[in-house]
Write a protein of this length. Structure first.
Length: 379
């Protein structure tokens, strides 16, 4: 669910209609993360996308900058994963994925490199084994770090720049104290890019208690004495990590810990989309989890029942028919309108004290399914 964070490291001009397609190859995963929705889900739908079905998607990749081969499972488990990467590359798109790395081996790493993989994000939940292993149950931090070093060694031996390797660190209350040491850890294993990301889809009490960001400004415990703006109690740890990263020449990307006004969420359904393991086309991964519909979501302390949202089956319909159908168009139009309004506001009131007040008053509502998603808080 952190694939967009990887794309921030690529400066390639946007010359294709779509920035990214996220494609779920499997809903299986070898570990049991405490922050995953599978932890409290009933009726998890296990499955793999058949390579024959995946091949139906390849003609569309010429219009896509990056294909992220990731969903609610770990794509390394897919028996045809290396061949699928080659299929993506053959159509001129970048190929990437995020993984726990649990089932990697030296041979598998060589295959992924030889297939032309462009970018890989490795999921961490702690800078020490005790913390990481207790949150990503079944994962071994030392083993994962060893796999990353193997990637770098093979790349060096072959004098290759790709795949570009990144650390994706999910920030929780149980691990935020270890963030300042993360840049040093990254340096030691040859990683130059680190992303701190927040917990978004929450389904149980433990996950809710682990949130480090604030849902609204009224929840903040204190104010910045200089600006009188709300100050998240964890900001100092983030700033310490940023200082350490700067000193070590590590790129550290963070997300806000308090809500900010955004017109279009980071998933950007105007230029990105998600395709589930069964071929359903949805605006984003959070709207079509592998669960019986309806499914549970906790948003800012309140429980909601959500219906799975898709606009068609790409294995049975043409993409144009799905993308241009009336309901999907209406969904995107909500964001298009918000984006246009935000641009107008900014052009009129940029650098003035009135900007935020005017923006809040003028932006129209996002689509109904997105109103209870933490992504819309900009965190």
């Amino acid at each position: 669910m952190y694939w967009l964070d990887l794309l921030k490291f690529f400066k390639k001009p946007k010359i294709k209609p779509f920035s990214a397609w996220q494609i779920e190859l499997t809903t299986r995963c070898p570990i049991n993360c405490k922050m995953c929705i599978r932890e409290t889900a009933d009726g998890w739908l296990f499955g793999d996308m058949m390579i024959e079905d995946f091949k139906k998607l390849t003609p569309y990749f010429k219009d896509v900058e990056t294909v992220i081969l990731e969903g609610w499972g770990d794509s390394l488990l897919h028996k045809d994963f290396v061949e699928i990467i080659r299929l993506v590359k053959a159509e001129g798109a970048q190929a990437g994925f995020v993984t726990s790395g649990s089932i990697l081996s030296k041979d598998y790493i060589s295959e992924l490199i030889n297939a032309g993989t462009d970018l890989i994000g490795f999921s961490l939940a702690g800078a020490t084994s005790g913390t990481h292993n207790s949150i990503r149950v079944g994962s071994d931090l030392n083993g994962l770090l060893g796999h990353i070093q193997t990637f770098n060694q093979i790349k060096a031996d072959k004098r290759l720049q790709k795949p570009s390797l990144h650390v994706i660190y999910l920030v929780l209350k149980d691990n935020i104290s270890e963030i300042p040491r993360l840049p040093q850890l990254a340096k030691e294993i040859g990683i130059e890019d680190v992303v701190l990301t927040n917990l978004i889809h929450i389904t149980n009490e433990w996950q809710e208690e682990q949130m480090v960001y604030n849902c609204d400004r009224g929840q903040v415990n204190s104010l910045n004495p200089r600006t009188l703006e709300p100050l998240n109690p964890y900001e100092d740890l983030i700033k310490e990590a940023e200082a350490n990263a700067k000193e070590l020449k590590i790129t550290l990307r963070t997300h806000p810990l308090s809500p900010i006004d955004i017109a279009v969420c980071e998933e950007d359904p105007l230029r990105n989309l998600y395709i589930s393991v069964d071929g359903k086309v949805s605006p984003c991964v959070y709207l079509y989890p592998p669960l019986p519909s309806p499914f549970k979501r906790i948003y800012c302390g309140k429980e909601y029942t959500m219906n799975s949202l898709s606009f068609g089956d790409i294995f049975k319909e043409s993409f144009d028919a799905i993308w241009n159908n009336l309901e999907y168009t209406k969904f995107r139009d909500c964001f298009t309108q918000r984006e246009m309004m935000a641009r107008e506001v900014y052009s009129l009131f940029a650098d003035t004290a009135e900007l935020k007040k005017f923006e809040k008053a003028q932006l129209s509502e996002p689509p109904e399914p997105c109103r209870t998603c933490h992504k819309m808080l900009g965190v």
